[in-house]
Ligand binder design. Structure first.
Ligand SMILES: Nc1ncnc2c1ncn2[C@@H]1O[C@H](COP(=O)(O)OP(=O)(O)OP(=O)(O)O)[C@@H](O)[C@H]1O
Length: 567
């Protein structure tokens, strides 16, 4: 799983930038290692213990080169190394940050695009609060995972450079240090596995919390009117508590690991110093740089274990985000060329033996054959669950039938045509969805180029004259989701927005069922007045809208039960 997460991140990374980052990390680590190695000649230059230098390959190497640096030379090299290291660290930090931002933004954008690009059947089955949790918290956790992975690589390079420096000073002590470090790392295996499991659990907890948060906030009116505030609160508390338990368990594991490492480290340094002085009779000239190296390496090892644990904990988020993207991209509807021009629809839209099943065990629509002429106003009625909305989704090009076909002016609505056909269809459903902003912004969302006259005309066609009396008129803010307007007002603005697209087919799916009879009548009259200018398919059980339609098609159990012209 960890390898899979690394593959995903590598796929998203800019390879050139990544190579430069790794090069800079290696350069910074090497300069640090060289600095430590230089401690030996530095101490030699300070205390002049050349007689003891035979122990160290550093002194041997310098002697072989015939270079005996003085104190000033060594200090100048030290200062130069520190400056170079600082410059490399600076460049690496900036580049890493840019890389991280690009990967995380890319992940979020790709997930968002993949979701919106997925076919309607897949998208409508997904739980959108899960998708939101993934897009927000899991992608944020992926950013943490990426930071940890970058830190891991940097720390490994740093520790290797320190190890190399130790090898140069004293191979035997360095090897002993490597073996001890490897043992500590192996001891952490079970903690890392646990961290991974907790990371997965955390993603699931976040999804539950997001789901409950959204459901309860969206349904705030129902929650309050049912007096279920306390129940909702308890649900949330329970969700947060279970998330807290996971986080706490991870923090406890982390603290335990850190404590264990400190104890192991103290023991290790004590044993190595004792061995160096007492068993191998090393001079202080070598032991002091080695102690300095260990003092530097141990916190690095601690940070490495921390980063590894944190990476194991957050890597599942990378996989979860990638899985969502793959699932959505796998259901992408752009499989071939999208037709540049939508069908004209000057004669008729015909359904020929159309069948569709949402579930394997039951057919939603069966052998539906129906023809609607351009300019007709048809009501599609029938009991709940009869398949009316499904048929409307097929007519609007959102769903493709499992059997049969849809023809527009005799041309089959294939995948290439379906998407361009959608540009000629406008939907208005039971939930009038308005965006946070002004009425003008909501209308021009449908057509950014719409002139003032076009906006006025659409409002008038939708019987939305009330807009002129609102403070600011078209520039009146509608509030979140249009809450500052009544249901009927919202619905008329949504209708105006739909008309602004100049659709060939207007689908009204229970568009007035949430309105009182006055608002219902007013919207229905506005729609009836549109007769002849476009084709209207109005779905409903009852109400003025379906009553005004001159033709009524009744759907029962996914089949057409009757098709009658009323007048
Ligand atoms: N995305 C979906 N996944 C699974 N089943 C679905 C989906 N959409 C609809 N269905 C099922 O298909 C059947 C027909 O649903 P549809 O919404 O088309 O009926 P309807 O006639 O519009 O109902 P209503 O009048 O209650 O809105 C129902 O049994 C419904 O549960």
């Amino acid at each position: 799983m960890i390898g899979h997460a690394i593959q995903i991140l590598l796929r998203l990374a800019d390879k050139r930038r990544l190579t430069i980052i790794l090069g800079l990390s290696a350069f910074a680590a090497i300069t640090e290692g060289v600095g430590f190695v230089l401690l030996v000649p530095l101490l030699g230059a300070i205390v002049d213990t050349s007689a003891q230098s035979a122990f160290s390959p550093v002194q041997d190497g310098l002697a072989a080169l015939g270079w005996q640096p003085g104190l000033a030379e060594i200090l100048a090299i030290f200062a130069g190394l520190i400056i170079l290291r600082a410059a490399a660290e600076y460049a690496r930090t900036i580049l890493s940050l840019k890389q991280n931002i690009a990967i995380v933004d890319g992940l979020r954008q790709r997930a968002f695009a993949a979701l919106l690009g997925a076919d309607w059947r897949t998208l409508s089955r997904m739980r959108q609060s899960d998708n939101r949790a993934l897009l927000i918290s899991e992608v944020d956790r992926s950013a943490v995972a990426l930071d940890q992975l970058a830190g891991l690589v940097r720390l490994v390079i740093g520790i290797l450079a320190i190890g190399l420096a130790a090898l140069t000073i004293s191979p035997i002590v360095a090897l002993a240090g490597f073996v001890a470090g490897g043992l500590v790392f192996a001891l952490y295996g079970s903690l890392r596995r646990r961290a991974r499991g907790l990371g997965q659990a955390m993603g699931e907890k976040y999804r539950v919390i997001y789901g409950r948060l959204e459901e309860n906030l969206d349904a705030a009116r129902v929650v309050k009117s049912f007096g279920k505030e306390r129940f909702a609160e308890e649900q949330m508390i329970e969700g947060f508590q279970s998330l807290r338990r996971v986080r706490l368990r991870f923090a406890i594991d982390n603290a335990r690991a850190r404590g264990m490492l400190q104890a192991c480290a103290a023991l290790l340094v004590a044993i190595l110093v004792w061995l160096a002085f007492e068993v191998w009779s090393y001079p202080a000239l070598l032991v002091l740089p080695l102690v300095a190296l260990f003092a530097r390496a141990l916190p690095q090892l601690g940070a490495l274990l921390d980063a590894w644990q944190m990476w194991s904990h957050t890597a599942p988020a990378v996989i979860a985000a990638d899985t969502l993207i793959r699932e959505a991209e796998g259901a992408a509807e752009i499989t071939g060329l999208v037709a540049a021009h939508p069908p004209q629809f000057t004669r008729e839209i015909a359904f020929e033996n159309v069948g569709l099943s949402h579930r394997e065990d039951a057919a939603t629509l069966q052998s539906v054959s129906l023809s609607i002429s351009a300019g007709e106003f048809v009501a599609l009625v029938g009991p709940s669950g009869a398949g009316k909305s499904t048929l409307a989704d097929i007519a609007g090009g959102l769903l493709s039938p499992d059997q049969g076909e849809v023809l527009i002016d005799g041309v089959a609505l294939d995948p290439a045509l379906r998407q361009s056909w959608r540009r000629r269809v406008a939907y208005v459903d039971q939930q009038p969805i308005l965006f946070h902003g002004t009425i003008r912004e909501n209308l021009t969302w449908a057509d950014a180029e719409a002139s003032e006259a076009a906006l006025e005309r659409a409002l008038q066609q939708a019987s939305a004259g009330f807009v002129a009396d609102l403070p600011g008129g078209l520039d009146c803010h509608v509030g979140e989701g249009g809450r500052q307007l009544s249901g009927g007002e919202r619905q008329r603005i949504v209708l105006a927005r739909a008309l602004l697209r100049d659709p060939a087919l207007l689908i009204l799916d229970e568009a007035t069922s949430a309105l009182d009879s006055n608002a219902d009548q007013s919207v229905a009259r506005a729609v009836a007045d549109l007769r002849g200018t476009l084709t209207i398919l109005a779905i409903g059980h009852r109400g003025a809208l379906t009553d005004l339609a001159p033709r009524k098609v009744t759907l029962v159990n996914g089949r057409i039960a009757s098709d009658e012209s009323v007048r």
